[in-house]
Structures are given as structure tokens and as C-alpha cells.
Write a protein that binds this ligand. Structure first.
Ligand code: HEM
Length: 397
């Protein structure tokens, strides 16, 4: 099987990866992948994606394995998304209770107030126009996760630069090595400051917490947890809002239906945004700890596997009526994999859903004339293959 190389299509791929996935899927659910010269596989069929996400032979723990990697493991990588059971179980259990649907529901009034404050500021902008990503999609989830963790004075520009460098280029190309160092130093300082002067926030709670065996999170584990929650808690939701608004503006009939009945349609609309053009296009790398078979293909021990969540969301075998390429906020039927599956299923899904629903609803209610800025120029697609979205979304309102 000849390897496929999405970077060979880089510009078109980031603008619209879906024809590329469809062509691949037509010839099979699992393909060899060429990325940065490593032996990799990419999974594009829905059922095989689901199977891979929960496959017992596919490990997340490259640190504890003999896979090639930097022996100087950065603290930020010691997080639950890079861990297998029982380590994963322990880390996840320590924070899971903070992210239950019930806990998240208690944040609703605050999320609404932050949203309303941002919309007030947008109303005051000259010409009632601007970049929705900058004015709304970034500050909303960023403020929420920073308040939750207790990081009041985060330098957002700097933080977004670091997280962009660390997260976006999944193939490692072009990342700024100082970003990792600076991010680690910043988080180490934050954890030390919280330990000395604890508050009512989540990070202080994690420092105090003991697990069932009486063990505490080590300083590196705390840094890893803070890193994961800060990055996973905002970069993704930014693009749920951005991609969702783009999809609505591109489908005026769907937008009109949603405006007419937000009570009845908002939940389904956000699920459809996640399926149709989800923020996380590929789950994080998994590594074959033993030989395995997936979609009729033999994957050798030591290979890495990427699960293309964006491709799974457009699998015609799963989303038959109406077809997978149709954006239909009234779609009923099977769910999607935009939050992953299995033990690493997104911890923040209830929070992301609540933020997404409040954000889209409040935006539409406040601005009945929301539209794309005709002078916006070409789209500015995010680089890399992990996140899908635009870095700017010029609109008027
Ligand atoms: C629309 C927004 C979001 C999407 C689409 C999303 C998607 C995902 C996906 C696909 C995974 C699994 C990755 C894998 O298996 O490789 C994941 C894991 C995770 N997400 Fe989210 N996420 C979102 C928002 C959030 C938020 C708001 C938080 C907040 C705290 C969060 C925290 C996490 C954590 C901690 C994990 C790791 C869970 C584990 O390893 O057990 N996510 N997310």
C-alpha cells in the first residue's frame, strides 16, 4: 500500500480536507501515512476509528514505552492524554468530579455573564465589525478555563503562541523549542505560587488532593495537568464557535431555522457542528504495543496510528440520510466521535457543549444581522493537521 501524505496537499488540505478523506475512504478505512518520515497509519472509516480509539493494543504512553522520543520528557507531557491505565485512571479520577455535567451546570450563570460582556464590547466596536475569533471565540473559553483553574492574569497572546507552537504542528515541523521551555517555566511558577497561597480554584484543589492511596500529584504531574486543561480547555472550543458560525453563515436556511427555534434546535445544532466540521480533526497519536489488525489491515507493533475524527464524521456508511456532506441541524440518528471515544473520551465535553450552546445562542440573539465581512480577503486556515479552523473570522454585526 503506497503511503499517503496530506502535507503534499497542505494548502488545499487545510482549506478543505474532506474530499481528501472521501477519496481515501473510498479505497479503504485504514491507510499508510507519510508524516515526518515515521511509520504511521491513518484511520478514516467511522467504525474503525471507534475501534482504534478504544483498542487495548494501542497505547498512549510513549514515555513508558520503547517508542522513539526525547528521553528528557517535558513535564507538560506527563498528562493523562499521554498515559495508559493504571496511571491514566489515577490522573483522570483526580479531576473527573470537577467536570461532571452537574458541576459544569453550576458554571452556567458565569459563562453567560462572560458571554454577555464580550457581546457588549463587540457592540461598541467602530462600524460594528471585527474578527469574531479575537473578539469572542478566543476570550470566552479562555476566560472560563482560566477562572476555573485560578489563573487570573494569564498573558493570553503569549499563552496562545506557546500552545499553538506545541500543539499545532503534529509532525514536529517548525515548532519553536523555546515555547515548550517557556510554557513549562510559566506553569512551574504558577503551581509554586498556588502551593504557597492556595485559593478556591481547581489548581489549588488539585495541589491539596490526595488520591485513594494517599499519594499526591507530583509537581510534574501538576504542571502536566495544568497544561492539558489550559490547552484542551480553550483551543478546541474556540474552533467549535468559529467553525459553527462559519457553517451557519454558509447555510442560510439552517441559520434561519435555528434563529426561529433556538430552544428546540440549539442542542442538535451544536452536535451537527461537531460532526460536520469538528475542531479536533485527528485524535492524538496512538502507538501499537503489539501487532494488531484494524479494518483488514495489519498494523505492526511499534507503528503509530492517527485517527481522523473529521473523516469519521463524514463516513457515508454511518451518516446515510441525509448524506454526510449535508449540514443539517435537525439530523437525528447516530452520534459522532468529535470528543473521541473510550477511556480518553473528552473530559471537558459537558463544559464545551455548554459553552458552545450559550455562545452561539447569545451571538445570534444579540446580532440579527450577523454576516461575513465582504472585504475579508482569503481565509486564514490554521496550520497542522490536529486543529481545524480559521485564525481570523472577519464579520459585521
Ligand atoms: C469542542 C471542544 C472540544 C473538543 C472537540 C474536544 C475533543 C477532545 C478529544 C477528541 C479528545 C480525545 C483525544 C484522544 O483520544 O486522542 C479530548 C480529550 C480531552 N479533552 Fe477535550 N475537547 C474539547 C473541549 C475540552 C474542554 C473545554 C476541556 C476542559 C477542560 C477538555 C479537556 C480534555 C481532556 C482533559 C482530555 C483528555 C482526557 C483523557 O485523556 O482521559 N476538552 N478532547
Amino acid at each position: 500500500m503506497a503511503p499517503v501524505d496530506p502535507s503534499a496537499h497542505a494548502a488545499d488540505f487545510n482549506a478543505d480536507p474532506y474530499p481528501f478523506y472521501a477519496a481515501l475512504r473510498a479505497t479503504g478505512p485504514v491507510h499508510r501515512l507519510e508524516l515526518g518520515g515515521t511509520r504511521s497509519w491513518v484511520v478514516v472509516g467511522h467504525d474503525e476509528a471507534r475501534e482504534a480509539l478504544a483498542h487495548p493494543a494501542l497505547s498512549k504512553d510513549w514515555i513508558g514505552s520503547d517508542f522513539p522520543g526525547d528521553p528528557q520528557v517535558p513535564a507538560v507531557a506527563r498528562n493523562m492524554l499521554d498515559a495508559d491505565p493504571p496511571h491514566h485512571t489515577r490522573l483522570r479520577r483526580l479531576v473527573a468530579r470537577e467536570f461532571t455535567a452537574r458541576r459544569v451546570e453550576s458554571l452556567r450563570p458565569r459563562v453567560q455573564r462572560i458571554t454577555d460582556g464580550l457581546l457588549d464590547a463587540m457592540e461598541g466596536l467602530p462600524g460594528r465589525r471585527g474578527d469574531l475569533v479575537r473578539e469572542f471565540a478566543v476570550p470566552l473559553p479562555m476566560t472560563v478555563i482560566c477562572e476555573l483553574l485560578g489563573v487570573p492574569d494569564l498573558d493570553r497572546e503569549r499563552f496562545r503562541y506557546w500552545s499553538g507552537e506545541i500543539v499545532a504542528p503534529l509532525d514536529g515541523a517548525g515548532a519553536d523549542p523555546r515555547a515548550l521551555e517557556e510554557m513549562t517555566a510559566f506553569l512551574a511558577e504558577l503551581v509554586a505560587a498556588k502551593a504557597g497561597d492556595p485559593g478556591e480554584d481547581l489548581l489549588s484543589a488539585l495541589i491539596r488532593t490526595r488520591d485513594e492511596d494517599g499519594g499526591r500529584l507530583s509537581p510534574d504531574e501538576l504542571i502536566g495537568m495544568a497544561f492539558l486543561l489550559l490547552v484542551a480547555g480553550h483551543e478546541t472550543t474556540v474552533n467549535l464557535i468559529g467553525n459553527g458560525v462559519r457553517a451557519l453563515l454558509a447555510h442560510p436556511d439552517q441559520l434561519a431555522a435555528l434563529r426561529a427555534d433556538p430552544d428546540g434546535l440549539m442542542e442538535g445544532a451544536v452536535e451537527e457542528m461537531l460532526r460536520y466540521d469538528g475542531p479536533v480533526q485527528h485524535a492524538t497519536y496512538r502507538f501499537a504495543a503489539a501487532d494488531l489488525e484494524l479494518g483488514g489491515v495489519r498494523i505492526e507493533s511499534g507503528s503509530s496510528v492517527l485517527v481522523a475524527l473529521g473523516a469519521a464524521g463524514r463516513d457515508p456508511g454511518r451518516y446515510a440520510e441525509p448524506g454526510p456532506e449535508v449540514f443539517d441541524i435537525r439530523r437525528t440518528g447516530p452520534g459522532h466521535l468529535a470528543f473521541g471515544h473510550g477511556i480518553h473520551y473528552c473530559l471537558g465535553a459537558p463544559l464545551a457543549r455548554m459553552e458552545g450552546r450559550i455562545a452561539i445562542r447569545s451571538l445570534l440573539e444579540r446580532f440579527p444581522d450577523l454576516a461575513e465581512d465582504p472585504d475579508a480577503g482569503p481565509r486564514d486556515w490554521l496550520p497542522g493537521i490536529l486543529m481545524r479552523g480559521v485564525s481570523r473570522l472577519p464579520l459585521h454585526w
